[in-house]
Design a protein around this ligand. Structure first.
Ligand code: ADP
Ligand code: MG
Length: 469
């Protein structure tokens, strides 16, 4: 195994061997410099090498593997040439969306998402019509393999967040998939940590991999202010409210250790006037998607989640993370605080520590998570106006059509400003899914609209429209 040298100076995207279509999309996305993992991984990946990439969440791994894959795809050949395995449906969905974005100047590129929680029949239909690239979860990909998924033209496989895949019990499924893949091929393994199990996987499945490691060194480490507040058990909920009022984060992710507490905490926050909702394992996939869309578009400002439920959530510029319950291990603590302070935006990580959490806090400090400030719970003036976390100025509209119906953001914007008579300025984020779309709309306007608007004509077809509750 060889280890790539740390670059001496920060390179530019132009120096890494990328083609013009890749450089164009990087310019359009306004990515000014490659992240360290991108700078180190792109040249060997473009040269066809296997790679073991050790890098924390938010380090820009997706672009690092997606651009070389896209450059290697023969668009004229509608056969699966690359497979990306991700631990959860949410992560797979994000990776597929990112790949579609990065590949938007490659006409005819077909990417299919294969994961649970969605019907298999449309996935099979897409496969029959021919695709270039598959993104999926190990379980669902294995199901499709059993039904004749043809990976015989595959040239690159990516195991994204491999440590999480093993945590989620996918070791067997991943190995079963890898065994069916043709050789020679390029095998990429990305993981935030490198436990013995991952090292063993690398030895078994990779050929002379380049080992790229991005430690969270002082320069790359995102700026996260860590604060802990000691609390008595019965004061946790009040302390949470006080923290949110004191810091007024534009958006906050609140972690609970159990789904029961996530549900209860979200309910109490909502009662206290916060725009809060819960994300936990008891929600079905549609409900989860809905909650996540509302959080991303700002209808929900405080999302209360369990660790498992929050895994797939990628929200840029999350202002704060609050740990309502203290996690059982430093790894979980680090993973939680890593949700804030991404991509150069400073973040705030607050944790409530009860009398029983002292040892767990000490373990985090011993593990070198960085400086943690100890402060009393902020006091708040009850007459104080609630902060931005409580004032949801936007609401969410659901439309019963999506990418499968060939709807684009411009079509939806056109219908809402045309037929529905809305001003473009009240329309926020438009999030188009496979078969449904969520649109953020300024609340007062949506209130007037919903009585009248039950369907919307877009591209000559009627779609059902409703306000998301
Ligand atoms: P990871 O998979 O390592 O957790 P992602 O690939 O999801 O990280 O990237 C995290 C965020 O950083 C994404 O929002 C992505 O668009 C952004 N990003 C990626 N590369 C760059 C770059 N070179 N400059 C600025 N932002 C970037
Ligand atoms: Mg990722």
């Amino acid at each position: 195994m060889t280890t790539a040298d740390e670059p001496q100076t920060t390179p530019s995207f132009n120096d890494l061997g990328l083609g013009e279509q890749s450089l164009r999309v990087v310019r359009e996305l306004r990515f000014e410099q490659p992240t360290p993992i991108q700078a180190q991984a792109l040249p060997p990946l473009l040269a066809g090498r296997d790679l073991l990439g050790e890098a924390p969440t938010g380090s820009g791994k997706t672009l690092a593997f997606a651009l070389p894959i896209l450059e290697g795809i023969d668009l004229a050949n509608r056969a699966i040439q690359a497979l990306v395995l991700c631990p959860t449906r949410e992560l797979a969905t994000q990776v597929a969306a990112a790949i579609r974005t990065f590949g938007r100047h490659r006409p005819g590129l077909r990417v299919v998402l294969l994961c649970g929680g969605t019907p298999a029949a449309p996935q099979r239909k897409a496969l029959e019509e021919g695709v270039h690239l598959v993104v999926g979860t190990p379980g669902r990909v294995l199901d499709h393999l059993g039904r004749g998924l043809d990976l015989s033209h595959l040239r690159t496989v990516v195991l994204d967040e491999a440590d999480r895949m093993l945590d989620m019990g996918f070791a067997e499924a991943v190995q079963a998939i890898l065994r069916t893949l043709p050789t020679p091929r390029q095998t990429l393994l990305f993981s935030a940590t490198l436990p013995a199990t991952i090292a063993a996987m690398s030895r078994t499945w990779q050929r002379h991999p380049v080992h790229v490691r991005v430690a969270e060194s002082a320069d790359h480490k995102p700026l996260i202010r860590q604060i802990v507040h000691p609390v008595a058990p019965q004061d946790r909920q009040a302390a949470l409210g006080a923290v949110l009022r004191a810091h007024k984060p534009a958006s906050a992710l609140v972690f609970c250790n159990f789904k029961e507490s996530a549900r209860g905490v979200a309910l109490l926050l909502a009662k206290a006037g916060f725009a809060a909702d819960a994300l936990h394992g008891d929600l079905d996939q549609r409900e989860r998607d809905k909650v996540m869309a509302k959080f991303r578009n700002g209808t929900v400002k405080v999302l209360v989640a369990t660790d498992v439920a929050a895994r797939g959530l990628d929200v840029a510029g999350l202002a704060a993370v609050v740990q309502f319950e203290f996690p059982s291990s430093p790894e979980v603590y680090v993973h939680r605080i890593g949700r804030t302070g991404r991509a150069g935006v400073p973040g705030l990580a607050v944790a409530l520590v009860g009398p029983g959490d002292a040892e767990k806090l000490a373990a985090c400090e011993a593990a070198g998570v960085g400086k943690i400030e100890r402060q009393p719970v902020p006091t708040h003036n009850p007459h104080h106006a609630p902060g931005p976390a409580s004032s949801a100025a936007v609401d969410t509209l659901f439309i019963s059509g999506g990418r499968k119906d060939k709807l684009r953001a411009s079509d939806i914007l056109g219908a809402l400003t045309g037929e529905a008579g809305l001003q473009a300025s009240v329309i926020g984020r438009i999030e188009i899914g496979e078969r449904l779309t969520y649109v953020a709309i300024a609340q007062p306007v949506l209130g007037q609209l919903v009585g009248r608007l039950q369907s919307l004509r877009i591209k000559g077809r009627n779609f059902r429209v409703e306000r998301v509750q």
